[in-house]
Ligand binder design. Structure first.
Ligand code: GTP
Ligand code: MG
Length: 320
């Protein structure tokens, strides 16, 4: 099961305490207490691994390191170690104490979640012409601490859609380093998979069948994961005897699910084009003319078709 909703506690590091110390060297008496180090922060970093929230199956709290105390001879305490938690891109982080949300958008980008406490000042900082031997100091401040909900709302640039068994996962694997399960039967893909093609994130979702919007098959639960994509790649298998009917089934489910989803830019591919003869391929393409949009043959074992598909991806990447 894909874990897409967890609640955890975050606790940033406490600042170190300021030091009270005096120089023992008679030639230069005076306060030399160093400041405490700042507490470590907690950051979120975007990763492409959709299943990354699984790390919180048993771990329910995350901490950063505390800052060290200041020392004598004006030595400041070391800063606490930051903690970076890796979250799948598309994770919405909600601070449950105040309802504020932040979103993990880019792979490799770090977002501050909880700030570490300031270190306290040592007595060196309190010196003044009127008090040359201050015994003042500050304790370190506590780090931010609250409860957050981490909710995965996939953001992909391109969503691969189509009936089951049309080659969506094979295409994702071919274009990216993803290892989406591939097999010659429907509903091989049970959970969405992401792959990264240069900076573009591609999402492979389970196949959609007639009645999916009413809960049939794996239902349309997964359409939520492509609701925020900009572009859809709609795959129709060249093996299908009535490709137009298949196309319409998927479109109808999309439209029933959400008008917004149905309005997205759609590229149509006649997949597994190597499986049929040239004549059959032509027959299928003619049947699909009724859609009124270009349809491109694609096969994961035909470099020429892959190159054409990649040029579409490159164009999408340029306008991103
Ligand atoms: N010959 C050929 N076979 C392909 C091609 N693409 C996929 N296949 C085969 O078609 C079958 C289904 O491929 P998948 O990638 O699992 O299809 P899917 O659309 O992800 O299927 P679901 O996850 O069940 O919806 C597998 O046996 C693949 O090896 C292709 O371009 N050429
Ligand atoms: Mg699949």
């Amino acid at each position: 099961m894909l874990i897409d909703n967890v609640t955890i506690k975050v606790k940033a590091g406490k600042g170190g305490g300021g030091k009270v110390a005096f120089n023992s060297n008679l030639m230069s008496l005076g306060p030399v207490g160093g400041d405490g180090g700042k507490g470590g922060d907690i950051y979120a970093e975007g990763v492409s691994d959709l299943s990354a929230l699984v790390q919180f199956r048993n771990i329910k709290s995350v901490k950063a390191g505390d800052g060290g105390n200041g020392s004598g001879q004006s030595v400041d305490g070391p800063g606490g170690k930051n903690t970076i938690i890796k979250l799948p891109i598309g994770t919405v982080i909600t601070d449950l104490d105040n309802g504020e949300t932040t979103e993990v958008i880019k792979i490799g980008e770090q977002t501050l979640i909880a700030r570490g406490g300031k270190g306290g000042r040592g007595n060196f900082q309190f010196r003044s012409p009127t008090n040359t031997s201050p015994k003042d100091f500050e304790y370190g401040k506590a780090g931010e601490e609250f409860t957050v909900k981490l909710e995965l709302k996939l953001i992909a640039d391109v969503g691969l859609i189509g009936l089951p068994n049309v080659g969506k996962s094979s295409l994702l694997n071919e274009l990216t380093r993803a290892k989406s399960k591939v097999a010659n039967y429907p509903f091989t893909t049970l959970e969405p998979n992401l792959g990264v093609y240069y900076e573009l994130v591609l999402a492979d979702i389970p196949g959609i069948i007639e009645g999916a919007s009413a809960g049939k098959g794996l239902g349309v639960k997964f359409l939520q994961h492509i609701e925020r994509t900009k572009t859809l790649f709609h795959l129709i298998s060249a093996e299908s005897v009535d490709p137009l009917a298949g196309y319409k089934i998927v479109r109808k489910e999309l439209e029933t699910y959400s008008a917004k989803l149905a309005e997205k830019t759609e590229y149509i591919f006649l997949s597994k084009s190597d499986m049929v003869s040239v004549e059959e391929l032509q027959t299928r393409l003619s049947a699909l003319k009724a859609i009124g949009k270009p349809v491109m043959p694609i096969s994961v074992i035909d470099e020429t078709t892959l190159t054409e598909l990649k040029s579409i991806l490159n164009k999408i990447k340029e306008v991103k």
